[in-house]
Design a protein around this ligand. Structure first.
Ligand SMILES: C[S@@+](CC[C@H](N)C(=O)[O-])C[C@H]1O[C@@H](n2cnc3c(N)ncnc32)[C@H](O)[C@@H]1O
Length: 263
């Protein structure tokens, strides 16, 4: 019997466990066993990662990383491969975390997993050199709150972000104020727009808010991030910008405010 993977499991044992762990969103290669070979987006997320991997530092030696909404851990595993000293990965879905724990075991990757919502990141009590927040924003009922919390509590330096985008990709300068009688700019396709999904989009009832390009960029800035680059259509690498954070008004949400929200 051939033995595969750091965990010393046979390919048959890996394939059996992959099936037991349910439907996978990440197509990982677990010692030759593919976890989602028929993914509707192709070899996902490898095909996406290949389009922006160059934007991140090639070495993460000595760096700490937090992957928020890690799913089966594709990005957490990539960060370990780049030498990150410590990788913490959170997701609110225990099923996906079980997949991620198994994938990390097969890869022999030392990753710390927690079942945790993005709304609770303040509980980690730590800032990370790199925070990854890919593909989660549009699944949230309170997307700007999530960005505010990440900026205020856990992003120490770099912020890798991705959102599904819909609507116009046009960008135009936006004035910092308009007179009350001025309404035309709201009809411009380049004005920031967040599309609300009351029921479902792509059969998925967890899709809530889908921004256009100018909206996602404005939301990032408003939450205290400065955009360093946009290496792929939907992907942004940002830096936390403490001065932008401090310009925000009394609406800025503190962890204490959340107790009522989540009750
Ligand atoms: C579309 S997947 C993206 C997975 C991965 N980050 C990527 O880019 O491939 C969305 C993930 O976000 C997780 N998620 C949704 N709401 C969350 C929340 N409030 N807190 C943490 N994770 C959440 C889901 O369980 C799922 O694993």
């Amino acid at each position: 019997m051939s033995v595969a993977g750091e965990a010393g499991l046979s390919p048959d044992a890996i394939a059996t466990r992959v099936r037991e762990l349910g439907d996978w969103f990440h197509n990982l290669d677990l010692a030759g066993v593919k976890t989602a070979p028929h993914h509707f987006l192709g070899d996902y997320p490898t095909c996406k990662w290949q389009r922006f991997a160059h934007a991140l530092p090639p070495s993460l030696q000595g760096k700490t990383v937090l992957d928020v909404g890690c799913n089966a851990g594709f990005y957490a595993l990539q960060m370990k491969e780049r030498g990150a000293a410590r990788v913490v990965a959170i997701d609110e879905d225990e099923g996906y975390l079980a997949q991620a724990r198994f994938a990390a075991q097969v890869h022999g990757a030392d990753i710390e997993f927690h079942q945790m919502s993005v709304y609770d990141v303040a509980q980690l009590g730590e800032r990370f050199d790199l925070v990854i927040f890919m593909g989660v924003l549009y699944h949230l009922r309170h997307p700007l709150l999530a960005l505010d919390l990440l900026s205020e509590h856990v992003v120490g330096d770099l912020f890798l972000f991705q959102s599904m985008l819909r609507g116009s990709a046009a960008l135009e300068p936006i004035a910092t104020d308009y007179p009350f009688q001025e309404v035309a700019h709201f009809d411009s396709s380049a004005y920031p727009k967040l599309h609300f999904v009351e029921h479902r989009y792509a059969k998925d009832p967890t899709n809530w808010w889908i921004p256009n390009k100018s909206c996602v960029e404005a939301m990032l800035r408003s939450a205290g991030f400065s955009i360093s680059c946009n290496p792929e259509q939907e992907v942004y690498l940002c830096r936390v910008d403490a001065s932008a954070r401090s310009r925000r008004g009394p609406d800025s949400i503190r962890a204490a405010d959340l107790r009522g929200l989540r009750a």
